[in-house]
Structure formats: C-alpha cells, structure tokens
Write a protein that binds this ligand. Sequence first.
Ligand SMILES: [Zn+2]
Length: 329
Amino acid sequence: MNSRRIMTFFSIIFVALFAAFIVWPRAAMTQQQQTSQKSQQTPTIDEYQPKSTLVTKEHKIERAKFPFIDIHSHHWNPTPEEVDRLVKEMDTINLRVMVNLSGGTGEELKKTVAVMKGRYPDRFVVFANMNYDDLNTKCAELKIPVLIHVAEPSAFFDPWDYRNERWQELKEFPGRARPPAKYPPFETLMAERNHLFAKHPNTNFIAAHLGFHGNDLARLGKLFDENPNVYVDIAAVLAELGRQPYSAHDFLVKYQDRVVMGKDIYEVNEYKWYFRALETRDEYFEYYRKRHAFWRIYGFQVPDDVLKKIYYKNALKLVPGIEAKAFPE
Ligand SMILES: [Zn+2]
C-alpha cells in the first residue's frame, strides 16, 4: 500500500465512522424529534386510531349458537354459481334460511326465484319488490309480511357539522345527507310511516333497521305498543344496540316477539359481530363498519329463549313457507 492508498483507505474508514457516529445519531434524533413533534400535533379524525389497552374476556364466535334466518339480505340477479357458493358460506355460520329482499319484479323476479328457491327450496325466500303506485292491502289477504325501509338514520337529516355523529359517513357518502331543502324531514316520514302501520292493522310490517329508532328504544317500544302488527329487523344497526348494552338487553327481552335477525349487505365474515353482540357480554370491541360507528360496542347477551325468537322463531311466524323442522324447538 503506498501512502496515497493508505490515505484513501483511512479517509473511507473515517467517512464511515463519521457516518456511524455523527450523522446517524443526528438522523435518528431528528426522526425522534419529528415523531414527538407529530405526536403533539392534533391528528385528523382518520389519523387518530387509538389502540385499546383494555384486557378483558373475548369470545370470537364464528358460528351462531342456533340456526338462524337472515330476514334482510340483498342478492341482485345471482348466477347459479354464486348461489352455490352462498349456500356453502351460509353453512359455515349456521345461516339456515336467507331472505333475499331484492327479488325485483316480473322476469327478473322469476329468474331470481328459480335460481335460488328453485335449486335450494328450503334455504331461500325471495321477496318481490313493489310498484308503489299499486300499494294496497293485498299482503294482509295473502298473509305475507311487508318489509319496509322508511327514512335513514335521523343524523342524516341533521346539519352536517362537527356535532353530527354520522359526520364521517356523510364525508364518505355526501349523497346520503337529507337536507331539508331537498327532502322531507325525518319526523314527517315517521308520521307518514306510522299512519300506514295504523291504517293496515291486518298487514304485518317489518320496519327495517329497527325502524331507525335504534338510538331511541323507548320510542320504538311505544311504536310496538301502539301497533301490534309492527316488527323490526336489526340489520346494519347493531352498533345502536351495542352502545347501550343494558337498554338493548332489556328491550329485547321485553319485545322479544317483535325483533328479527337481519344483516343487510351480505358479507359472510361480518355476521360474527351479530353473534358476539347477541350471545356474549364481551366489552368494548370494535365495530365492523367505522363509518356507522366511531364508538366501540358491547355484547348484550340475551337468554336462549329470546335468542331463538330473534334468530328464527319470529321469522317463522311472520314469513310463510319456511320449513320449521330445520330449527330446534
Ligand atoms: Zn337493505
């Protein structure tokens, strides 16, 4: 090694040492400072994802305790292959009978009935969709229930401001807002709906989504007391029940004959939240749809007798033509 080479060699070592001892700690420090600076900044609502440190019992329930009927599902024009796959998935979670509310009308309805009910007679019920101009009490005569979706969560009708508890959902889907300039107010819709229920006492109505009174169970109880022909499903409003576990439990026990199981948008992996909420007393767990609920929910475990009514007994009474033998006593 000549002296020049030695110089270069040592220079390289020096540069390496310089990098290791001087530059790197500085970089690290800067990063640390940045992190600490960032932690002192106010995060956006999307950035703030606190991880719960709560240690408590958890029950991951992948399969319902009893076979159940999903009264509120949507499958538009399914193919035979899709229906085959659906049945296999239903079996994994103990979903015995699926009610497809999106049968449509005319030819589409015939096709959907053939591909679902025609091939799996005891696994599906297909509801027809109605032409509203023709709404009358034919259903009372035929003893078939009317599942009806009126309005939206009341928060969608409220000003979309920082006090609105569905702020995030409205940000994601601004079209869901129901401003008074464009839509009738929530209360007007409720009054009209309740008038319909009262006017047709021989027709059984299933008001979808807890009739949008999941945030006011006393009001829903009053609706039940005044209208013996009214039922509700719990589809897509589980977070309403899960944020008030004591009230939800007592409400479901008191009105156990009026509530049916439903899920709405079909996703086999999302039913487990319903099982966990209805069957356990697990606490403070994350909901599956953040835009519906930024809060965590609690299990409100109902007794088995009540669970059976919600899972299948009430639906068996309401919907004609479901084979009851597939369900326990
Ligand atoms: Zn729906």
